[in-house]
Design a protein around this ligand. Sequence first.
Ligand SMILES: Nc1ncnc2c1ncn2[C@@H]1O[C@H](COP(=O)(O)OP(=O)(O)O)[C@@H](O)[C@H]1O
Ligand SMILES: [Mg+2]
Length: 390
Amino acid sequence: MKANPGGQIDIKAVIGRERLIQNLWEAVEQQSLVITAERRIGKTTVIKKMRAEPASGWVPVFQDLERCHSAAEFAMVVYKEIHQFLSQKGKATRRAKEWFTAMGGTEIGGLFKFPEQAGAHWKDVLTRAVEDLIHENDAAGSKLLFLWDEIPFMLANIRDREGEQTAMEVLDLLRALRQTHGGLRMVITGSIGLHHVLTSLKDKNYSNSPVNDMTAIDVPPLAETDAIQLATLLIDGEGLPSDDKPAAAKAIADEADCFPFYIHHIVRALKIRGLDATPKNVAQVVASQLVDANDPWELLHYRERIPIYYGYDKKAVFLILDELAGQPGIASISELLAMLKGSSTFDDKERLLRILSLMERDHYLKRDENGSYHFRFPLIRRWWKLNRGM
Ligand SMILES: Nc1ncnc2c1ncn2[C@@H]1O[C@H](COP(=O)(O)OP(=O)(O)O)[C@@H](O)[C@H]1O
Ligand SMILES: [Mg+2]
C-alpha cells in the first residue's frame, strides 16, 4: 500500500472502521444520521466504503456536495444521479422526467439541458427525483440511502449566494422528505457543524431543529491497533528500511494521534527524505511538518476558522486554547473563568459555558469526568503551541 494522504484510496486500502460501519448500518435501520467530525479524520472514506459494500437490502447513493452552489444545482445533481442510476437498471425517472420535459428541458445522450425556469422549481425537481427512486426501491423491496458528503459546505455556498432563507428551505425540504417517506434514509456528513452555517439556527440557541430527527454520530480517529496496522502496511508498501518495524509503526501511530491522514503523511515524508522507519526519524519528520509553512497536515484551519465562527467571542477562545495548551493542560470552568477575568474584560459564566460547549462540538476540547476541559487531540495541542509560539 502506497502513502496517499488526502487522495482517493481504494476500498481495499481502507483499514479498520469495521465496527463503526456496522454501527452505522444498524443505526440507519432506525433513523437518518448526521456524521460530524474533524476534517481529514476519514468521514468520506467511511461512507464510500458503505456505498461500495452495502448491507443487504440497502441501495446507497453517494454524492459529494461540497461544490454545489445553489439549491437548483443541488436538485439537478440529485436528479442526474438518480436518472443515471435508474437508467442503468432500465428504469425511468418518470415523474421527474415528465416535469423536466414539460418545463422544456432536454436530454441527448446523457447530456442535460435544464429548462430556464428550473432554478425556481428546485423543490419540485428534488422531490420528484427522490420519489421516483423511492418508488423503484419500494417495488424492488430495497431501501434507499442517500450518502451526502459535506452538506454544511453546500449550505454555506447556498447561503452566500442565495441567502440564509434558501439554505434553511433545503434543510426543511430534506426533513419533509424524511417525514413523508418513512423508509427513506440519509447519512449526511460535515466537517463543520450546521450551527455555524445558519445564523438563524444560532439565534435559536444553536439548536439544530432541521436535523433533530437524525442521530448524530462521531467518527473518531482509528483504533490504535488499526493505526499501527496502517503504518505497517505503508512502511512495507513504500519499501522503507526498518530494523524495528513494530516500534516504528507504533511511533507513527502515536505521533499521528491515530489520524489515518497524518499516518499517510508521515510515511510519505520518510520516503521523500530517504529516511529509515525508526521512532527517531518519525519524531523528526513530524516536528518539521508541524512547523512547515505549507501546512501539509492542513492544521491552520483550527486557528483560521475561530474568528469566522466565534466572532465576538474569538478572543476568549484564543485565551482558552492558549491556557489549555500550556501546563498543566487541563482546567475547570472556574479556573478558566478566573483566567479570562485576569487577562481580559470577560466576566460571564453563562457565556463561557456556551463557548465551551461549542468548542467541544467543534472538536477542540474534551471534558473529563470531573468536568474539567483539555484539548481533545494531543497532536492539535502540540501544534497550537508551536503555531502560537508558546
Ligand atoms: N480507514 C482508512 N484507512 C486508510 N487511510 C485512510 C482511512 N481513512 C482515511 N484515510 C486517509 O485519510 C485521508 C482523508 O480521509 P477522508 O475520508 O477524505 O477524510 P474526511 O472526509 O473526514 O475529510 C484519505 O485520503 C486517506 O489518505
Ligand atoms: Mg471528506
